[in-house]
Design a binder for this molecule. Structure first.
Ligand code: GLA
Ligand code: ZN
Length: 683
């Protein structure tokens, strides 16, 4: 985590781009930012062109001035390496650094995140810049973190990447025979005789646009060879990770104890963050919910980001003080909402609250994105005042809250391989997106305020009472044994529809679904029906009827107890919810997508019997979130009203001294330490 030895405060600040401003404005900014309680500035995110005006010339003079100015004003620095957008001269001189799109079009200079990750020229220059920066600023004690590139994402389909893909495959499979076996290349006569015959799966090869959706405008890019595309996704994630590691190693050569990160983006599909998390010194991420996103969804992203970092506190590297102008509906954050979402991040493990950005740009595509200092350049704005109030409040929490962890005894597995593989498998219900299925379960834990870790598939399971592995379509080597072990020792496992279909190469199991999990779940699924959302089935669970929709596993019990069966269609009477006793534990299977009511009932039942929830506990009031962190100073219980209306907390029954009401976007924080219960935040 960032706040270890050197930093003993909640870091509060964000991206500052003084290269866009004259000296006078920079000076005014210093005053305004200090007054707002800002204590850290992220510098240099997009300054490569200025730092390296030509191949052999580095010019750090302006950055030196900026570093000097912010340092003498007492700010800490998060130093970016500036490599997320290459200079124009570099693109002109070395066109190989330009990315090629999936259509095969090689891009020209422009935009950002525009470099080919395997280009030796790009790798040399980006690591070179990181190295120069680290060497130049190695003695600056107020640089508390290094921020490599920015929001890595995307894939490149150029010739260099094609060659690199072949080498990656050679390394992975050893021989062409092994690759042919893994990719099942007998299908459609794809047998390869040489690695050089392999081309990238793009719109010129394995991919095509499918345009036959009912509304006629829906266009989806699909792969005819998912095993190849799956490896290509893994490879592409690895290539960008290699770029990150190039720069991180360059920094570490000069500053061995540097705290290095890059800003992740939550539940984005491009990168396997489960793997990336292992290479970052601390996790940082950018939270930009869309207008109308449920607070539970944002909470899940925080928990996922904490989960890929092994559960440690993380940094909220960016959020907007108000408007995200990229969104279709560029909604303002309502008065108090910036504070409530900041506390939501803190409640889920952030020790750092940062914004994009400090001063609003005057031109180009982000000119209407909000900032702490708006176009008017004054302290007399609602946004500024709200930022200032929050800064003051957070500085008061530093002594107690820092380093607190989340005491979760329930976990949800989240796996990018599963997301990719299930997402590209034709024949699964098109309405069953992997993150949505994970969210269906997450939201139920959230509704009761049960802390949950959202963790990669290879994470340790032994500390949990309940593990949910929704839509575990792909069962990778060792996974079944780990889930069996967890259950055998007394754990409660929940699996859901489309589980156990494929192996790590996306080849379907011949053992009958759910494949390697058949014994653990005590069922055999013979078929899956898949219907449009309006064609629903139903089942009765614990005396209540719930809907079944989208996908319908048609299963036979093989030792599992049937808890609910379908009520309609030709599979009426076959099991949809089952429970198998396995060693000291129990493995549940839910063979369909149901309603919130069902997931709430199921999770409540399991959480009560696992001792994670009292039997009397009800759901939290609509829009209210409860989250917990713990450190040696005690247990911190956050209660957040995400709605624009006041809520009554009369029936909360938490036994904690929460106020009777929470105002719109209100937050309350109680510290419990031994017998003491203290209200740290009041409104
Ligand atoms: C991302 C980027 C920033 C900025 C913001 C705007 O998070 O990292 O550079 O573009 O979006 O929302
Ligand atoms: Zn490339």
């Amino acid at each position: 985590m960032i706040n270890s030895d050197k930093v003993q405060e909640i870091l509060y600040g964000g991206d500052y781009n003084p290269e866009q401003w004259d000296e006078q404005t920079r000076k005014e900014d210093m005053k305004l930012l200090k007054k707002a309680g800002i204590n850290i500035l992220t510098l240099n995110v997009f300054s490569w062109a200025r730092l390296q005006p030509e191949e052999d010339t580095y010019d750090f003079s302006d950055l030196d001035r900026i570093v000097e100015l912010v340092s003498e004003n007492g700010f800490k620095i998060c130093m970016a390496t500036g490599t997320a957008a290459h200079p124009a001269w570099m693109a002109k001189k070395y066109p190989e650094i330009l990315r090629t799109e999936i259509s095969g079009i090689r891009r020209k200079f422009g935009g950002r995140h525009n470099s080919c990750p395997t280009s030796p020229v790009f790798r040399k220059f980006s690591a070179g810049l990181a190295s120069k920066l680290a060497e130049h600023y190695r003695d600056r004690k107020n640089i508390v973190a290094w921020h490599v590139s920015n929001e890595y994402s995307g894939r490149c389909y150029c010739e260099n990447c094609e060659k690199a893909f072949r080498s990656w495959l050679k390394e992975k499979y050893g021989s062409i025979g092994e690759l042919n076996r893994a990719w099942n290349t007998a299908f459609w006569g794809h047998t390869f005789y040489d690695f050089d015959e392999i081309v990238l799966p793009d719109l010129r090869s394995e991919h095509f646009y499918q345009t036959d959706a009912p509304n006629g405008i829906f266009q989806q890019e699909r792969s005819t060879y998912p095993s190849i595309t799956l490896d290509h996704y893994r490879f592409s994630s690895d290539c960008l990770l290699a770029n990150y590691r190039d720069e991180a190693e360059a920094i570490r050569r000069f500053i061995p104890d540097a705290k290095i990160t890059t800003n992740l983006m939550g539940d984005i599909t491009d990168l396997d963050y489960g793997k990336w998390g292992k290479y970052l010194d601390f996790i940082s991420w950018d939270n930009y919910p869309q207008y109308g996103d449920e607070p539970a969804r944002v909470a899940m992203r925080h928990d996922l980001m904490r989960g890929v970092g092994g559960g440690k506190p993380f940094a909220l590297m960016e959020q907007t003080p108000s408007v995200s102008n990229w969104h279709t509906y560029a909604a303002l954050k309502r008065p108090g909402q910036m504070r409530s979402v900041s506390y939501q991040a803190v409640a889920h493990g952030a020790d750092t609250v940062m914004f994009f950005q400090m001063r609003q740009s005057l031109a180009e595509c982000e000119k209407l994105h909000s900032a702490v200092i708006s176009h008017a350049g004054t302290a007399d704005t609602r946004i500024y005042r709200e930022c200032k109030e929050l800064g003051k409040e957070l500085s008061g929490l530093k002594d107690v809250l820092l380093h607190a962890e989340t005491p979760a005894r329930a976990a949800l597995l989240f796996d990018w391989d599963n997301w990719w593989a299930a997402g590209m498998t034709a024949g699964l219900n098109g309405g069953m997106a992997y993150p949505e299925e994970v969210y269906a379960y997450y939201e139920a834990f959230y509704a009761y305020g049960i802390p949950v870790d959202v963790i990669p598939c290879d994470a340790e399971l032994s500390g949990y009472e309940i593990v949910a592995a929704p839509m575990l379509y792909m069962v990778k080597p060792g996974m079944a044994a780990r889930l069996e072990d967890f259950t055998k020792k007394g754990g409660t496992l929940i699996c859901s529809v489309y589980t156990g279909l494929a192996n790590e190469n996306d080849n379907i199991t011949r053992k009958g679904y759910p494949g390697e999990l058949r014994k653990l779940l005590g069922i055999w699924t013979e078929e899956f029906d898949s219907l449009p959302p309006e064609d629903q089935n139903s089942f009765v669970f614990e005396g209540r009827e719930y809907p079944a929709s989208l996908c319908f596993a048609i299963s036979h019990p093989e030792g599992a107890k049937v808890l609910a069966s379908y009520e309609k269609d030709f599979y009426a009477g076959t099991p949809v919810v089952t429970r198998n006793t396995f060693g000291k534990g129990r493995a549940y299977y839910v063979g369909t997508r149901s309603s919130r009511g069902f997931y709430h009932a199921l999770i409540k039942k399991l959480a009560v019997s696992a001792g994670l929830l009292s039997k009397k506990a009800g759901e939290l009031p609509e829009g209210v979130e409860l989250a917990v962190r713990e450190n040696r100073n005690g247990r911190f219980v956050f209660l957040i009203n995400h709605g624009g209306e006041e809520v009554s907390l009369k029936d909360l029954g938490s036994g904690l001294p929460f106020p009777k009401k929470l105002p719109p976007y209100g937050v309350s924080l109680i510290r419990v330490s031994g017998k003491d219960k203290e209200r740290l935040i009041k409104k």
